[in-house]
Design a protein around this ligand. Structure first.
Ligand code: ADP
Ligand code: MG
Length: 227
């Protein structure tokens, strides 16, 4: 169509992404520098340590997404989806136990395989988890819940992540997955669009369902490889 694409993205989008990433990285850097400078004047460095670590985590997530976006090709392997679930669950469970958040899962065993780039699928789950954690931020610690499900469906396997957080209003639901769409003050609106892209490259489908005030389930379905 005459337009120039890099890694499947139109160059105008790449320019926008680059600006967005630079901007997003500058914020946590400023916060970190400020807090480290403060430590010269205070004995209470421990109080700031948590903020510094969470800002570094934020930068890490932004960089991971940027790296994923810049990957030209995905390297898919034939994998049993329940084995994939096992590695996703260990990711989720370590993030949740760090934050002392209750996490549970249910995985259906599968004899059929899917074509999967594990590092990409991990990136999807990390983005979904980040959103879930942000959605339950306001809840009482003891009420926060994350749930992962792996289920067999006709012709494929569905991976889903649920939270009992804020939920998504219907008018917001319609706009999800558009690049840069965000409802968060510190959001980038890149997470879900990246997830959609990765799932599409796996020939899968992506689905968000939500009850405002009750919670959200985000899932993706990957087809079984036809032997
Ligand atoms: P960001 O997290 O930077 O805002 P995303 O693309 O990850 O960008 O998400 C886009 C929007 O989708 C969020 O701003 C939020 O409004 C909504 N959203 C995504 N996941 C959830 C969830 N689990 N619960 C509530 N809202 C969500
Ligand atoms: Mg996000």
């Amino acid at each position: 169509d005459g337009k120039i694409y890099i890694a499947g993205y139109h160059t105008a989008l790449i320019t926008r992404l680059a600006a967005e990433f630079a901007h997003e990285l500058r914020n946590p850097l400023t916060v970190i520098k400020g807090f480290v400078q403060l430590s010269d004047y205070t004995q209470e460095f421990d109080k700031y340590k948590r903020t510094i670590i969470s800002e570094i985590d934020r930068m890490h997530a932004i960089l991971e997404n940027f790296l994923t976006l810049s990957k030209k090709q995905i390297k898919q392997q034939q994998m049993l989806p329940d084995k994939v679930c096992t590695s996703l669950i260990s990711l989720i469970s370590s993030e949740c136990s760090l934050r002392k958040i209750s996490f549970d899962y249910d995985v259906a065993y599968s004899e059929k395989k899917c074509s999967i780039d594990l590092s990409m699928i991990k990136q999807v789950i990390l983005n979904l988890l980040r959103n879930a954690l942000e959605a339950i931020e306001e809840k009482e610690q003891s009420e926060k819940k994350i749930f992962f499900r792996g289920a067999i469906e006709t012709g494929g396997y569905r991976f889903s992540l649920s939270d009992n957080g804020s939920g998504i209003e219907t008018n917001v639901l319609k706009q999800l997955g558009q690049p840069f769409f965000t409802t968060k003050e510190k959001g980038t609106g890149i997470g879900l669009s990246l997830c959609k892209k990765i799932v599409a490259e796996h020939h899968g489908t992506f689905c968000v369902s939500s009850l405002p005030g009750k919670g959200t389930t985000v899932s993706f379905y990957l087809p079984f490889t036809v032997a």
